[in-house]
Design a protein around this ligand. Structure first.
Ligand code: CMP
Length: 914
């Protein structure tokens, strides 16, 4: 294996510390270190760092009781560098203690308010059997036998102080990284001389090596290692030829396998690959960390590997500790707040939210002056250097009440010597920190959650300037979204109780308005909205009918295979390039794919969102799944056919993309499940409504007790089809837990498309995300908010047609009206109750139905969604369409025939409505 040009070792790189931090000079004590201003010092108000004679930095506890629980330097030979919790007073067993008998170093970050950190170094007296002498020596601090900076990556590094931690670990960062026996997985198609050299190099560095020969074997090994918590730190893939192994695919799959986002992946490439960058870039884009050239020279290979250990694996280990640190900070009872050097708030923990009675998104980026009543010039005055501060300042809570707080400020220099950040630590003068917990609490705003990045407020009471009537807003605002009492004026216990009750009420669906009778200005709107929102119960006068319009067990469908035509048709490919745009022409796709839009669009979405890797499934299985799902949409339905499914999937893809651009990145599995739910959400729709099925005693209505009939069927048949045939089972490689959660998400999303619960879903969404003017006090977990968001996403995608560019909006209106007319025709013919009598093809005014649909159902939802996702094009399109329908209405252009006569041919984007 030869080093890639950029990584060839030079003469100054010794094997022991080549290129890594191992030989870096120890930074001198700086001002920050002396005055204890490391990030860690947020908890060290009664502590001071001191430097032991060996040079190690230790902390001395200066508890009020005079005890000194400090870690001291035991002796020069075996410096027990240690950081003990300086507030360690009550329960000694909470903390890891100095131990000289244990082999491994121990790092503990105790959560729930006790921010503990102890570092234990093994006594070196037991000796070590370091092998090759490759570790660096000399250059260490006085008192250490070897450089205290040597990395304890392998025993080979530690001829004397096996597992000794790096002094740098104590400082940058302050939580020690894990220090495990490193394991390497080698994926080589055959055991040739290159494979042999790589294996030997790994063994030389004491890596525990496993060799596998195929992708399947590799994935199986990784799955097993994940299940047994024996993860591989390094995976080396033979990328010299695509014949034996598809390294790019393997890397991509591994990257998306649970627990491997920080695994180091190396690709061994042919030397010729380094002449052009495309093959290498493709590998790097697929998740490979570094490409190295093949070599049979063991020294080169060994040095290359050492550099990888130092420069990639080691930093990955260090990075993994940050999660522990953030968790500890987040759960600390004490208030910790970090600003930048101009006193803009950069970080606030949960206790800060409690103290200020604000959500995180109201705190971050604010000038610190906004939360203090007191003058802050003592802390930072322009032009003057920032110093430590310790004193009483008045803090302003959200409701303007001011509280005196004992505030300590510690400046920290992250880059250079001037402070870049200030760490604020508050407590109540002379009081315990439990005081914070007793304050009225704000709504939780989980970090990185949808809350914290919400773009703007959606005021449900506001009157839109668009001229649309806000009739349904009145309904929405009158919903019982909040209890008449507030938590501000009651005790913490009462507040908790109120939270519980509200939670219960939410789950029990009491948000759902019971609209048994709906009256609008217009009988057509009344008909439509009534039918959509009230469900079948109002149409209880059934006529008996045994006819089932559900065509179940149609064997030709399951037998359907991917159309032979599904090749790289350039016209289709060109169109699909636009597939994430809001003005995507789904009708053109329908036409050029010969009525297989779901298959093509679906594959495009799966590819774009890497669903294959997320589900760890072959593309062909996905293709077959989409083909079967598409075959189970009824072509005879004018609206509820596979073009509608493709349209909803397209909108879903556009929304996911927009969310990501607003830093609201969905989890990979959430993206995959959202796309799957969208594709399948109306599968086997009979072209008749649930009310019709109930009224006709259809077996599905009987099966589902007239409740959520169609949506239950769509969800059930999706899984029945998928699990019923291994060739299309896109879930077959998921582990049990992942499958369970994916299934639950998909079902929940499909059921959310039921319109009878429209206002319930909308009201919940608005109550959590929507109205900043009157923030709710409902405490939601991140999982709960993400469920609400996913439901809203599919709901909006499902009925987004009135917010699409006008010609598509009109075509969708035609299609749904046609389907409604056919239902009315059939109801009349079979002497059944007529669910929407106004939807009679002879008399119905399409513009009136669309005006009602937009006013009552669509516009509030679109405003709420736009307020959340920031897609103003939705609102613009909706308003243009609304005006057009109004115009048609005024002109008396009512029937489908009239309207269609005014339209340019579908598929011609540039044309507009007359
Ligand atoms: N443009 C539209 N006009 C009237 N009703 C619509 C329109 N688009 C969607 N719908 C209705 O909204 C419903 C949403 O759920 P479904 O897809 O089951 O069925 C849909 C239609 O009944």
């Amino acid at each position: 294996m030869g080093c890639s040009p950029s990584t060839l070792p030079n003469s100054s790189s010794t094997a022991g510390g080549a290129g890594g931090v191992g030989n870096a000079p120890l930074p001198p004590l700086d001002a920050n270190e002396k005055d204890g201003s490391l990030l860690f010092c947020i908890k060290l108000r009664r502590s001071r760092m001191r430097r032991c004679s060996c040079g190690a930095v230790t902390l001395q506890n200066q508890n009020g009781d005079g005890s000194t629980g400090s870690a001291t330097c035991g002796d020069n030979m075996m410096c027990n560098q240690g950081l003990l919790n300086p507030l360690q007073t009550k329960n000694e067993s909470d903390y890891e203690k100095l131990s000289t008998g244990k082999k491994d170093s121990i790092v503990t970050v105790a959560a729930l308010g006790n921010f503990t950190h102890s570092v234990v170094r093994r006594a070196t007296g037991t000796g070590s059997t370091g092998t090759s002498g490759t570790s660096s020596s000399g250059g260490g601090r006085p008192g250490h036998r070897k450089s205290s900076l040597a990395l304890a990556l392998t025993p080979e590094d530690d001829s004397m102080d096996v597992y000794q931690r790096n002094l740098m670990d104590l400082k940058y960062p302050t939580v020690l990284p894990p220090n495990p026996q490193l394991k390497a997985l080698l994926v080589f198609h055959k055991s040739d001389s290159i494979c042999e050299v790589v294996t030997l190099a790994c063994q030389r560095h004491q890596l525990d090596v496993t060799l596998v020969k195929s992708k399947e074997e590799a994935l199986e090994t990784l799955h097993k290692s994940y299940a047994t918590a024996q993860c591989y730190h390094l995976i080396i893939i033979d990328a010299r030829s695509t014949k034996g192994l598809d390294a790019e695919h393997i890397a991509r799959t591994i990257r998306h396998t649970h627990g491997h986002h920080l695994t180091t992946i190396i690709a061994v490439c042919k030397k010729s690959f380094f002449e052009k960058d495309d093959a290498l870039i493709a590998l790097l884009d697929a998740g490979v960390n570094r490409c190295i050239a093949e070599t049979t020279n063991l020294t080169l290979c060994s040095v290359e590997l050492k550099q990888i250990l130092h420069s990639i694996i080691r930093p990955h280990n260090v990075m993994s500790t940050q999660q522990a640190l953030y968790t500890a900070l987040h759960r600390l009872k004490e208030v910790v707040l970090i600003t930048d050097d101009v006193l803009r708030i950069q970080y606030a923990n949960r206790a800060t939210e409690r103290l200020l009675n604000m959500r995180l998104d109201e705190i971050i980026s604010k000038p610190l002056g906004d939360i203090f009543v007191s003058d802050l010039s003592t802390i930072s005055e322009q032009g003057k250097s920032i110093k430590e501060f310790d004193g009483i300042l008045m803090v302003r809570r959200k409701n303007q009440e001011s509280i005196p707080m004992h505030v300590r400020v510690v400046p920290v220099a992250c880059i250079g010597s001037a402070p870049t950040h200030l760490i604020f630590n508050f407590d109540i003068p002379g009081g315990g920190m439990d005081f914070i917990a007793t304050l009225p609490q704000p709504k939780e705003a989980p970090r990185g959650s949808l809350h914290s990045v919400r773009r703007c407020s959606f005021d449900v009471r506001s009157i839109a300037s668009d001229g649309l009537r806000r009739t349904s807003l009145a309904k929405l605002t009158s919903l019982p979204l909040e209890a008449p009492i507030t938590k501000e004026n009651c005790s913490a216990d009462e507040a908790r109780l109120i939270d519980k009750v509200l939670d219960f009420l939410k789950r029990e669906g009491l948000y759902s308005p019971q609209m048994k009778e709906i009256r609008t200005d217009d009988p057509i709107a009344t008909d439509l909205i009534g039918a959509l929102l009230t469900g079948p119960s109002v149409y209880s006068s059934r006529r008996s009918s045994n006819d089932s319009i559900i065509r179940t067990g149609n064997s030709t469908r399951t037998a359907t295979i991917v159309p032979a035509k599904m090749k790289a048709n350039p016209i289709i490919m060109e169109l699909l390039e636009e597939s994430l745009k809001w003005d995507f022409d789904i009708f053109k796709l329908e036409e050029i794919t010969d009525y297989h839009p779901l298959l093509y669009l679906g594959m495009e979405m799966f590819r774009r969102f890497d669903v294959f890797a997320t589900l760890n499934i072959d593309e062909n299985v996905c293709k077959a799944w989409l083909a079967v799902i598409e075959a189970h949409y009824h072509k005879s339905n004018t609206y509820h056919n596979s073009t509608h499914a493709a349209d909803v999937m397209q909108a879903t893809g556009a929304f996911i993309t927009q969310l990501a651009s607003k830093d609201m990145v969905m989890d990979r599995m959430d993206e995959a499940t959202a796309l799957i739910a969208a594709a399948a959400h109306d599968v086997d729709h009979p072209g008749r409504s649930s009310a019709f099925l109930c009224n006709s005693n259809n077996p599905l209505a009987i099966l589902y007790n007239d409740l959520t009939v169609l949506e239950s069927h769509h969800a059930a048949i999706t899984f029945k089809l998928t699990l019923g045939d291994d060739k299309i089972n896109i879930f077959k490689n998921l582990d049990k837990e992942t499958y369970k959660s994916a299934r639950s998400t998909i079902i929940d999303m499909i059921l959310a498309t039921e319109m009878t619960r429209h206002f319930e879903h909308l009201a919940k969404f608005v109550s959590v995300f929507g109205n900043e003017m009157e923030p709710r006090e409902l405490v939601q977990s991140e999982e709960e908010t993400s469920i609400l968001m996913r439901r809203m996403l599919i709901k909006v995608a499902d009925v987004s047609n009135p917010a699409r560019p006008m010609q598509y909006c009109i075509e969708w209106a035609r299609r749904i009206a046609e389907e409604y007319f056919m239902q009315t025709d059939e109801e009349k013919q079979r002497h059944m109750p007529i669910v929407m009598p106004m939807f009679d093809r002879a008399t119905c005014s399409i513009p009136k139905s669309q005006i009602g649909f937009i006013e009552y159902i669509i516009q509030d939802m679109m405003h709420a969604w736009d307020g959340f996702i920031d897609m103003p094009e939705l609102i613009t399109c909706m308003q243009i369409n609304y005006s057009q329908w109004k115009k048609y209405d005024e002109q008396g252009v009512n029937t489908l025939a009239d309207i269609m006569a005014k339209q340019p041919p579908v598929g011609n984007k540039s044309s507009s409505s007359k």
